[in-house]
Design a protein around this ligand. Sequence first.
Ligand SMILES: C[S@@+](CC[C@H](N)C(=O)[O-])C[C@H]1O[C@@H](n2cnc3c(N)ncnc32)[C@H](O)[C@@H]1O
Length: 244
Amino acid sequence: MATDYDTITQQYKKSKELPFRLCIEAYTFFNLLGNLAGKSVLDLACGDGFYTRQLQLQGAARVVGVDNSEKMIKLARQQEAADEQGIEYIIADVLELGLIGSFDLVAAAYLLNYAQTKEQLLSMCQSIFTNLKPGGRFVSVNNNSEQPPQSFLTSEKYGFIKSISEPLQEGTAITYTFFVGEQFSFDNYYLSPATYEWAFRNAGFKEIRWHKPLLSPDGVRQEGQEFWQDFLNYAPLVGIECVK
Ligand SMILES: C[S@@+](CC[C@H](N)C(=O)[O-])C[C@H]1O[C@@H](n2cnc3c(N)ncnc32)[C@H](O)[C@@H]1O
């Protein structure tokens, strides 16, 4: 059964304070997103709006966030009410989103890894494609399907580990456990890189690029290169860029 984010809203928010989130995850994501000035951006699986707000702060002219967790969207809307940025938040399942606009960019941090089957992955990719302008880009950070399970414990020093209870095959649940404040877990699902390529192409994307995570200069300054080496060698996340 898919993770219900309604039950881990606060813990997940806390996990966003871990250094790897800023020094690698956000750095990689925004590097791929590029110059946001004047752009319209749809943030899918926006959660509590952690990245949605940053998209607007970095110059995007119109930002819409979508998530299927009512509590996550409630938290996002509370923050919008407290500090108005003009962001619209919608509760919806990306699997059946349909056309809600025509955006320059669709951003998604950890959406596709919730697809449990190739059909679900294709539905998500179709929702993304439908909401992009011709020439628009989809940019994502996602679970790295190519990380070998033998290296799943190497991320412990960054505040989390992954685990599996069966050999990796299409649809295998990957449990992420975070050690921040109160320990908590949630599941993602494994689909092979070939299945991802298949889904992107079938949705209509012309160009598909995979990117290794990038480490920010601040990350090197704060912790030293050596600290991050396991993260870079056994990357738990991957960057993805697709052009319509
Ligand atoms: C790991 S969180 C990422 C949140 C946010 N992007 C971030 O990086 O902080 C994954 C989010 O995906 C949402 N989600 C999972 N499956 C979804 C779906 N089918 N449609 C919409 N949201 C979904 C969850 O509710 C959760 O908020």
